[in-house]
Design a protein around this ligand. Structure first.
Ligand SMILES: C[S@@+](CC[C@H](N)C(=O)[O-])C[C@H]1O[C@@H](n2cnc3c(N)ncnc32)[C@H](O)[C@@H]1O
Length: 243
């Protein structure tokens, strides 16, 4: 089953990814995305939030810092272990759940806020995942997705040229061979889709309202600022579930 191969890869990445998340949380990426969460969350304190594909707990820790009650879900048990340890180190008792983003073990209208960073590209059935995330959101709840065109260079000449020029392929996996996920990504549906256009069309078709998108270059610290011709490498999408 592909999901087990994906989880096995992320199990191997958990230790190194956790180091990266520590650095991010202490630096400008953490500060920037904490602001993005604050801006996207519905009003109120102590909101029920889902960090989907939580990895070592990046959004989870930011949500705790902001005074909310995150549930941290991931399919990789090693990532969940890291999320618990990192939360404990930061003084929080994580609530972790092993779950497939495409078939959630939560009831309808459970959460005020669902967020996810760098997960959707990695899914076999991303439309199914979005339908599930909207199902578990309360009416009026908000969705925030951070993701990117991480493998569009396989299928799009402009992205291929940028990838070769900027050496995006040399992202730091801290000694773990990325070949298994690079091979899996060749057949994942979103490796062929220009995003966030695909996400906006899919989510608005599912009834997500007030969709807003911010586009970035190689990192979330390089906004494109609407410049013509610049390629979107990363993006933040947010929207509200209709009441
Ligand atoms: C690139 S990491 C991002 C981790 C974290 N969101 C962050 O930004 O630091 C992708 C995460 O998604 C998880 N993942 C991949 N496919 C999944 C699925 N179908 N259901 C749940 N989690 C999944 C992986 O185990 C991994 O922890």
């Amino acid at each position: 089953m592909l999901l087990d191969q994906v989880a096995a890869y992320w199990d191997r990445r958990a230790e190194g990814y956790s180091m990266t998340v520590h650095e991010e949380l202490a630096g400008p990426v953490g500060a920037f995305l904490e602001d993005a969460l604050r801006d996207a969350l519905p009003p109120g304190d102590g909101l029920d939030c889902l960090d989907m594909g939580c990895g070592p707990g990046f959004f989870t820790i930011l949500l705790y810092r902001l005074g909310h009650r995150p549930t941290s879900a991931d399919y990789s048990l090693e990532m969940l272990e890291r999320a618990r340890a990192n939360c404990a180190e930061a003084g929080y008792a994580a609530r972790t759940v092993q779950a497939d983003a495409q078939a959630l073990p939560f009831g309808d209208a459970t959460f005020d806020f669902v967020c996810s960073r760098n997960l959707v590209w990695d899914l076999e059935r991303p439309e199914r995942a979005y339908a599930e995330w909207l199902r578990v959101l309360k009416p009026g709840g908000r969705l925030l997705v951070c993701d990117g065109n991480h493998y569009l260079h396989y299928y799009n000449a402009d992205y291929r040229a940028a990838w070769e020029r900027d050496q995006c392929r040399t992202h730091d996996t801290r000694g773990v061979d990325p070949k298994p996920i690079d091979d899996i990504a060749r057949d994942l549906p979103l490796s062929r889709q220009l995003r966030p256009e695909w996400d906006v069309a899919t989510l608005s078709g599912m009834g997500l309202a007030d969709i807003r998108v911010s586009r970035f270059g190689k990192t979330f610290l390089e906004p494109l600022a609407g410049t013509g011709g610049a390629l979107t490498m990363n993006f933040i999408l947010r929207g509200t579930k209709n009441v």
